[in-house]
Design a protein around this ligand. Structure first.
Ligand code: ZN
Length: 121
């Protein structure tokens, strides 16, 4: 398997529930992949934070309601936005993964990218 493909596979696998059976895990992995594609298409690959286009390899998905607590919105397209890896990392330096919610992201945009705030508020 190609190296970048392996990396992508691992990135997906890390979110899969360890208590699932192998067949259930495969279903979940497939769901996640479909989900990511849909979210990317919905946002046309534009970063929610800085407003610039992301190429596929620099794209992360961000869950508006953090996936560690909003389990039912794990693959809800309405709950996810496209962000650059670097913008995502910067955001989570200030806002913890476990508590993250939409208003925190909007506030982050307001402070750091005021020119993009009108689009996301
Ligand atoms: Zn960005």
């Amino acid at each position: 398997m190609h190296n970048s493909k392996m990396k992508r596979k691992r990135a997906v696998d890390q979110w899969v529930d360890i208590y699932l059976t192998e067949a259930e895990k495969q279903i979940q992995i497939k769901q996640e992949r479909e989900f990511k594609k849909k979210v990317y298409r919905k946002w046309k690959g534009v970063c929610y934070i800085c407003g610039q286009k992301c190429s596929k390899h620099e794209t992360n998905l961000h869950h508006l309601s953090g996936r560690s607590w909003a389990k039912l919105d794990r693959i809800n397209v309405e709950n996810a936005v496209v962000v650059h890896k670097r913008c995502h990392k910067r955001y989570h330096k200030y806002y913890n993964h476990k508590r993250s919610s939409k208003w925190m992201l909007v506030e982050f945009v307001k402070v750091n990218y005021p020119e993009n705030y009108e689009k996301v508020k």
